[in-house]
Ligand binder design. Structure first.
Ligand code: DC
Length: 221
């Protein structure tokens, strides 16, 4: 089985690039951020604070998160309900970042994430895939971009959905999430030592896809 790890901060284009490359190569795309988001959503619904490790540990015993592939996309289910769209709000982004700092949450998701790579060729995107989840991945890529470039893209994405957003507010949110994700004690966001770093600040989506495909081809020959 071939495993490709793509890590990097929020908004660097990981999910678009990973999805597109997975389609081109016929691999399965696994979006691990969606799993943290689903736990963030479950906490919100249960009225549990995203930092309350004890209550979250209890909550995790009673929920079921699963992944299904249909319409060419990964769908994430919380107790059978497809929450793939519901988890894409700014509120859930922040909750996901907070719950992801808890060891109990990371341990809960680790086996689920690893199980995909056991029986499929995968491209897995996240923050700690190359460092913790799949340390023996065949190819490791760290996809990054400046906070400003990422904030601009996010504002454009929201505009496409008809939502207005203030660039400075989005930038502040991105910087806060970067800080949370890279300063937590457990599995912080960082490039693996053997990762290839690709900066997408000044290149478009297609060029990002090309660079990732070339990096993978070099890595698996
Ligand atoms: O990639 P994303 O924005 O959907 O991820 C949401 C949050 O989940 C992110 O702020 C950090 C966390 N996360 C993580 O800690 N480890 C991963 N492998 C993926 C996401």
């Amino acid at each position: 089985m071939i495993a490709v790890a793509i890590d990097g901060p929020a908004g660097a284009g990981k999910s678009f690039v990973a999805k597109t490359v997975a389609k081109q190569l016929g691999y399965i795309y696994v979006d691990t951020g969606a799993m943290y988001r689903t736990i963030g959503l479950a906490c919100d619904r249960a009225g549990i604070l995203a930092d309350d490790a004890e209550k979250i540990a209890e909550l995790l015993k009673g929920i079921n998160i699963s992944i299904k592939y249909f319409d060419d996309e990964q769908h994430i289910l919380l107790g059978g309900e497809d929450v793939s769209e519901l988890i894409r709000t700014e509120r859930v982004s922040m909750l996901a970042s907070r719950v992801s700092a808890l060891p109990v949450v990371r341990a809960y998701l680790l086996e689920l994430q690893r199980s995909f790579a056991k029986s499929n060729n995968v491209i897995m995107d996240g923050r700690d895939i190359g460092t913790v989840v799949l340390p023996d991945a065949d190819v490791k890529i760290f996809l990054t971009a400046s906070a400003k470039a990422r904030a601009k893209r996010r504002v454009l994405q929201l505009a496409e959905k008809g939502e207005k957003a203030d660039l400075n507010t989005v930038l502040a949110d991105i910087e806060k999430r970067d800080y949370n994700d890279s300063h937590r004690k457990i599995a912080p966001l960082r490039a693996a030592e053997d990762a290839v770093i690709i900066d997408t600040s000044d290149i478009d989506r297609d060029e990002s896809v090309n660079r990732v495909i070339n990096t993978i081809k070099k890595g698996i020959i």
